[in-house]
Design a protein around this ligand. Structure first.
Ligand code: RB5
Length: 144
């Protein structure tokens, strides 16, 4: 998969971990995030990631800030982006199976119940169920 990453200064270490994990599984990473602790504004990074993704050629976007909240809100302001702020294995599974999320958000300052790599793997190994969910996802995409 070709996966877009973006982060603010609140998720440097998490970005590095996720990037290394995905590369080790053979995914191609395009990294739009920052690599220093100099403060940047998460709405700018979320918007940059969303605009780049919408140009096409990407399978998934992953956006990271201190909590994952602000940058997920920014990404979701863009029509066609379905960014899921997942926090455990169950929400990762549902984000794929029911919401067909095309973006995931995590927080670099959040304590997750299991490592983020496992949460991410759960999302990647889950299939979108379609069916009744397709109608709902279609309604999501019609908003905004
Ligand atoms: C930056 O300090 C912090 O506000 C940001 O990373 C994020 O947590 C916002 O939602």
């Amino acid at each position: 998969m070709r996966i877009l990453l973006a982060n603010d200064h609140g998720a440097l270490e998490l970005k590095r971990r996720i990037s290394a994990h995905l590369k080790s599984r053979g995914h191609e990473i395009v990294d739009l995030g920052v690599n220093t602790e100099e403060s940047v504004d998460y709405p700018d990074k979320g918007a940059e990631a969303a605009r780049e993704y919408l140009k096409g050629g990407y399978d998934l976007g992953i956006v990271l800030c201190g909590t994952g909240i602000g940058i997920s809100i920014a990404a979701n302001k863009h029509k066609g982006i379905r960014c899921a702020l997942v926090h455990d294995l169950f929400t990762a599974e549902m984000a794929r199976a029911h919401n067909d999320a095309n973006f995931l958000a995590f927080g670099g300052r959040v304590d997750y119940p299991v490592p983020v790599e496992r949460i991410l793997d759960k999302f990647l190994e889950t299939k979108y169920e379609g069916g009744r969910h397709a109608r709902r996802v279609g309604k999501l995409d019609a908003l905004g």
